[in-house]
Write a protein that binds this ligand. Structure first.
Ligand code: ADP
Ligand code: MG
Length: 619
């Protein structure tokens, strides 16, 4: 089945490598390839014919590790040792998820609120990256087993709303699993590719991708033109999915089965068994009008009509998100050319009906909704392998591009992995009164401080008319064209003063260098976050000192002697704190100084207002 080639340089036989496409899901994960003979994407199944690998990891008491279907029984018998929904934790800090801690039966470490989350299992700590790598490793093994050859390259999909940290975490998980992640692509983009949308270069289309999975709902509006996908908007609910359908069914059964017996109400085994029965019955109702099952030895049943009543409000909530996504994209429903259905829960007939009615269109739902993302990833993998040269390669920026702002911080305008061409603009202002020029320094890299990144170019925007600090509006725009050439332009909007420069961002960086810079950013991520907070606190402190000094010079007569003294003291303490490495201390000193200056600042304001009123009455 795999192609055999000859390496012309060495004369040796070479087996063409297969690049796999992976959907790393919250509930289920799977792997697909483009079949070399049929040229169609296909998912890889195990001996039993199952394509889905449940995203579950069970840690046995004796150190054994079970991934996927084998881990499922332990979800109800050993919930504290069975990890689910790890995707939700990727690239997150404890602070990000603390509101949802009750959602997880396993132990999420909460000591350091700002650093990335870890999970405690016995004596060991695991990061979500490691845990995700176990799932990816399982998929890699499956692919190698089925294809009978080593697999080391992959395309992995992520939700469109994933930020850079989450994408990076996904990439790292791949690396840990022994996979070279050639590209991270958006799930809705993959789903559209699976339906062949966007393969015609002449076509311009606006696509809504409706993805209702096990625990999450995402709606993305994409525009595809010239073979390039652009995400116009995304919306969704990170805690709404098929699991909520199951819960609604359990809640419906609960009173008749359990009655008022309090002891049963907290029995985890009973509720787990009821949830399983609910899921089974729900699935049957996709094709039947009535279904039965067994929960903890008791017979349960449900009609399709009752099921639809139970879930109608949940489906309604997804439509509200769709409305919002359209609004964010500035589009009316009529602007949508295609609606793509993704996720196991879109099998529910009521969901299809409601979505179809909402968009007023027939749906793209011919493909298996829980396979469609992996199929699209396989299509993309095949394009990367160079087997599909007809198709335009969607190129991306390998490293982030940005400019230096106050305190030597990197302000990213074009994030890493952005598809090109790309255009973005952001407004900045001056720091000093009467500042006539502004230095624009362009950097490439992932670190928070520009000194750790690579400088690409620098120029001066001159001719800014004399104005107080904060008044000029300088718009800096970055444009990368299809050839990867970056043009940076700065324009002062009030005066029209303008300057621009052309840069070749990729030039001179080898793959190894890119790799090293990325690795650097991972190993230093924690430090960088701290350093950024410290730098920001210092900049804020300095600003406040400058302002206070100016204020006192102008309004000395307004201050009592005691206020003057206390202000001087607070300024001194703040000044001192700026030399120390403690952002909390700086913040406290800023607060203290603000506290002291508030009363006389208010007095000064009152006086200014009174003055202005007086001025007016004179006219
Ligand atoms: P994720 O993207 O979160 O990994 P999936 O797309 O695999 O999730 O969807 C899993 C969800 O789909 C589960 O809640 C499952 O119960 C539901 N599901 C799968 N098949 C059906 C079906 N035939 N009818 C209703 N729901 C289904
Ligand atoms: Mg999914």
């Amino acid at each position: 089945m795999p192609k055999i080639g000859i390496n012309i340089a060495t004369g040796s036989l070479q087996q063409a490598e297969m690049i796999v496409g992976i959907d790393l899901g919250t509930t289920n994960s799977l792997v697909a390839i483009l079949h070399p003979e049929s040229r169609q994407p296909v998912v890889l199944r195990d001996q039993e014919g199952l394509a889905l690998v449940p995203s579950l990891i069970y840690f046995g008491e004796n150190g054994e590790l079970l991934v996927g279907e084998q881990a499922r029984p332990f979800l109800s018998s050993h919930p504290e040792r069975t990890i689910f929904s790890v995707k939700r934790l990727l690239g997150k800090s404890y602070k990000d998820i603390s509101d949802h801690q009750q959602h997880y039966a396993y132990k999420i470490v909460d000591e350091e609120k700002d650093s990335l989350v870890k999970i405690k299992m016995g004596e060991k700590f695991y990061s979500p990256v490691e845990l995700s790598s176990f799932i990816l490793k399982e998929l890699k093994d499956r692919a190698e087993h089925m294809l009978k050859m080593p697999v080391s390259k992959a395309v992995i999909t992520v939700p469109a709303y994933f930020n850079d940290a989450q994408r990076q975490a996904t990439r790292d998980a791949g690396k840990l699993a022994g996979l070279d992640v050639l590209r991270i692509i958006n799930e809705p983009t993959a789903a559209s590719l699976a339906y062949g949308l966007g393969t015609d270069k002449q076509q311009q289309k606006t696509i809504a991708v409706y993805d209702l999975g096990g625990g999450t709902f995402d709606i993305s509006v994409l525009r595809i033109s010239n073979g390039i996908f652009e995400v116009l908007s995304t919306h969704g609910d990170t805690y709404l999915g098929g699991d909520d359908f199951d819960r609604a069914i359990v809640a419906h059964w609960w009173p008749t089965l359990v009655g008022s017996e309090k002891s049963k109400a907290v029995d985890p085994a009973l509720s787990a068994s009821m949830r399983l029965a609910a899921e089974e019955v729900k699935r049957k109702l996709t094709t039947q009008v009535q279904a039965t099952g067994k929960a903890a030895g008791l017979d349960v049943s449900l009609s399709k009509a009752t099921f639809e009543e139970l879930i109608a409000p949940l489906v309604e909530r997804t439509l509200v998100c769709c409305q919002q996504a359209l609004q964010d994209a500035g589009l009316s429903i009529h602007a949508i050319d295609e609606v793509v259905m993704v996720g196991g829960s879109t099998r529910v007939p009521l969901v299809k009906e409601k979505v179809s009615a909402f968009f007023g269109r027939t749906l793209n739902d011919a493909l298996d909704p829980d396979e469609v993302v992996a199929l699209g990833a396989a299509v993309q993998a095949d394009i990367l392998a160079g087997n599909n040269i007809e198709f335009l390669l969607l190129d991306i920026t390998p490293l982030s591009l940005g400019i230096e702002t106050m305190g030597g911080l990197m302000d990213v305008l074009i994030p890493r992995n952005s598809k090109i061409p790309y255009k973005v603009a952001r407004q900045y202002t001056t720091q000093k009164d009467g500042q006539g020029s502004m230095r624009i320094s362009v950097f490439q890299g992932e670190r928070d401080l520009v000194v750790d990144n690579r400088k690409l170019a620098e120029f001066n925007l001159k001719g800014i008319p004399g104005m107080p600090a904060g008044f000029p509006k300088v718009e800096v725009s970055f444009l990368i064209n299809a050839d990867g050439i970056l043009t940076v332009r700065a324009k002062e909007l009030r005066s029209g003063a303008e300057q621009q420069i052309e840069v070749k961002p990729q030039y001179g960086l080898t793959d190894q260098e890119v790799e090293r810079m990325l690795l650097d950013s991972i190993t230093n991520a924690g430090d960088d976050i701290k350093l950024r907070a410290l730098t920001e606190a210092r900049a804020e402190g300095e600003l406040l000192l400058g302002q206070t000094e100016k204020f006192i010079a102008r309004n000395a007569s307004l201050l009592t002697q005691e206020e003057m003294l206390r202000t001087a003291e607070a300024m001194q303490s703040l000044q001192l704190s700026l030399t120390l490495e403690d952002k909390d201390l700086i913040q406290r000193q800023i607060e203290a100084l603000n506290e002291i200056s508030r009363p006389y600042a208010e007095r000064a304001m009152d006086q200014a207002v009174a003055g202005a009123l007086k001025g007016r009455s004179l006219q």
